[in-house]
Design a protein around this ligand. Sequence first.
Ligand code: NI
Length: 176
Amino acid sequence: MAILPIVEVPDARLRETAAPVPEVNDDIRAIVADMFETMYDAHGIGLAAVQVGIMQRIVVIDLQERELEEGEPREAARDPHAYINPEITWLSEETASYNEGCLSIPEQYAEVTRPTRCRVTWLDTEGARQEAEFDGLMSTCMQHEIDHLNGVLFIDHISRLKRGMLLKKLDKLRRG
Ligand code: NI
């Protein structure tokens, strides 16, 4: 396993469409393992393969929402999920807003409005077809990560004015 470098804006790879995974094999499982290690190291809750420069349709998510018992290490709350070739098959008309961030746009956050619920199909790490409906933060995170596979970033969902301000703040942060 390895921690991979995270691709950040304005890297052009973040704007490309990722290719479907033709077969779930050991190579793909190794990528998934590296993606989890990279995501945990960066304290993220979701990561798309394109964010580590791998242009394939792979997403990992772990909301790590379980409350820790006293003395339990942070790792004990881990609940890793991998989604290969995920596809949204349904979105609710009802929408909700979350304050979103992205490991490819460091330390910048904005309120993003998306459908509250989504239905998704995907392949698991054994190559079996899965389907589920998500709501709340999980729905938001899933839509955010699948956006990455299509070259879309959360800043594309906010106004041009807000996007400009956010990118300016990022620029300032990078220049120290
Ligand atoms: Ni992101």
